[in-house]
Design a protein around this ligand. Structure first.
Ligand code: ADP
Length: 153
């Protein structure tokens, strides 16, 4: 059976940290679905189509990657699509604490769903989408934190 991983997130916007995790996970899986969750309670800086287009631009030449959007529970979406693995990145202890609870809750709901964690590369561990958004809002040089396909008109 093909090994398929779901990498869920907001990607508002995709950063070099996200790209690093995805690239390093490529040899582990047959396919990676990058899944942008649409949460009605959250407000985003960039609209969904823009976020999808940026990610598609980053991985345009990578046949093992697809970009999808979903609503509702990540674990339910994974089950509906016969996905066995969730992929998450860990930057620091607070990511770990947060991710541990989510992974355990997901496993309680979907016992076949295994969460795979990759540690961030040290050089990207300080990058978060929220910092990038702050830089963008104040007119700073966001380009050093994001892949080349992320450009704001
Ligand atoms: P969320 O809305 O779930 O916070 P994000 O888009 O911020 O989504 O992050 C999606 C995933 O990418 C998470 O597993 C997060 O830990 C990981 N991630 C975010 N930034 C980095 C980074 N700089 N290095 C490694 N992983 C990261």
């Amino acid at each position: 059976m093909a090994k398929i991983a779901l990498f869920p997130g907001s990607f508002d916007p995709i950063t070099l940290g996200h790209r690093d995790i995805i690239e390093r996970a490529l040899p582990l899986f047959d396919e990676i679905l990058i899944a942008i969750g649409e949460n009605n309670d959250k407000t985003y800086l960039f609209d969904l189509h823009q976020r999808v287009a940026w990610i598609e631009g980053v991985f345009a030449h990578e046949p093992k990657i697809r970009v999808v959007t979903y609503q509702g529970l990540t674990a339910a979406f994974a089950k509906e699509n016969n996905i066995q693995f969730l992929l998450r990145g860990l930057r620091n202890p607070s990511d770990f604490e947060f991710e541990k609870s989510i992974a355990q809750a997901n496993r309680q709901m979907e016992s076949d769903l295994e969460t795979v964690f990759l540690l961030t590369s040290a050089r990207y561990s300080y990058i978060s989408s929220s910092i990038v958004r702050e830089v963008i809002r104040h007119g700073g040089d966001y380009k050093v934190f994001v892949p080349d396909s992320v450009r704001i008109a």
